[in-house]
Design a protein around this ligand. Structure first.
Ligand SMILES: NC(=O)c1ccc[n+]([C@@H]2O[C@H](COP(=O)([O-])OP(=O)(O)OC[C@H]3O[C@@H](n4cnc5c(N)ncnc54)[C@H](OP(=O)(O)O)[C@@H]3O)[C@@H](O)[C@H]2O)c1
Length: 268
């Protein structure tokens, strides 16, 4: 059956490749990008490649939570339900390491934006009788410092990225418990996949970007998607696996979620 699928950060990299695979099956696809012209080009490109005309998109720069809220409002006005939300947009290196609000850009784009978007779209996900959320984490996971979340601490690009990705993972586990009707999975799509992010960060890659797109597709649609709720899929191992120990610590998760809520309120 055709599904309504929203994939953030799908103007490039593994998000775009996953969108192509999902569009080839005839689903209603909503792309997202930060650049309006690029988004329009990619929508047209995907329609041509896949023959699927049910492809549309939303623009929002996730380094601004105000823009995330506007995008969520637009989606809520336009869509009656969302079957699959893929929180894929992410950044590692950036010319500006902090947003205009003085918070690390990885924390805002990779974690706060996904948290806020999902929270604002939760009723549309509940309107589907079998909804799923796939959160793009990483093998890079590092204990989260509240100072990084509130902008009082600065760390290296790698450390900020790893803290943003563990934040997203810890929130995924929390969300899975909080919303039993929605299946929530956190995913490391594979390390050093050949995308812009990896080329800019490391100047080399270990695997093709298709490896990441294929596992997103599988967790979204195939038999692998049937038992994903509250789990972490580690595509370096090709199986569900154990995440960083902090993701199993309920006290740490609770502290993170409370702090996240208060910071997002301040930023809106
Ligand atoms: N590649 C890997 O090896 C790897 C490993 C582990 C996890 N991941 C995760 O997988 C996800 C996709 O990464 P990728 O490797 O495919 O990277 P990518 O090729 O750089 O694609 C990132 C996507 O996010 C969008 N994006 C970046 N900053 C944004 C912002 N401020 N607002 C809105 N959208 C923004 C990009 O838009 P533009 O098209 O405008 O650039 C692009 O569509 C990320 O969450 C990443 O952390 C990747």
């Amino acid at each position: 059956m055709n599904k309504t699928i929203l994939i953030t950060g799908s103007t490039d990299g593994i998000g775009k490749l996953a969108a192509i695979k999902l569009a080839q099956d005839g689903h209603q696809i909503y792309l997202h990008g930060r650049n309006s012209d690029k988004l329009t080009r990619v929508i047209a490109e995907l329609k041509t490649i896949t023959g699927n005309q049910s492809i549309d998109g939303f623009v929002s720069d996730f380094s601004s939570l105000t823009q995330v809220k506007i995008m969520a409002d637009n989606i809520n006005n336009k869509l009656s339900k969302i079957d699959i939300l893929i929180n894929n947009a992410g950044v590692f290196k950036s010319t500006e390491s902090q947003t205009e609000d003085g918070i690390d850009v990885r924390i805002v784009v990779n974690y706060y934006a996904s948290y806020l978007l999902t929270t604002l779209l939760i009723d549309k996900l509940k309107a589907s009788n079998q909804s799923k959320i796939i959160n793009l984490s990483s093998a890079a996971q590092s204990s989260v410092s509240m100072g990084l979340l509130d902008g009082s601490l600065t760390v290296s690009d790698q450390e900020a990225y790893a803290q943003s990705k563990l934040s997203l993972l810890m929130w995924s586990y929390h969300l899975a418990k909080q919303e039993p009707s929605i299946a929530v999975v956190a995913l490391n799509p594979g390390s050093l996949l050949d995308t812009n992010m990896v080329r800019e960060a490391y100047g080399k890659s270990w695997s093709s970007a298709d490896k990441g797109a294929d596992i997103i597709y599988d967790l979204a649609i195939t038999h692998l998607s049937e038992d994903i709720d509250g789990k972490y899929f580690d595509n370096d191992k090709g199986d569900f696996g154990l995440a960083h120990p902090d993701a199993s610590d309920d006290m740490k998760i609770s502290t993170l979620i409370n702090y996240t809520k208060s910071q997002i309120e301040k930023l809106l």
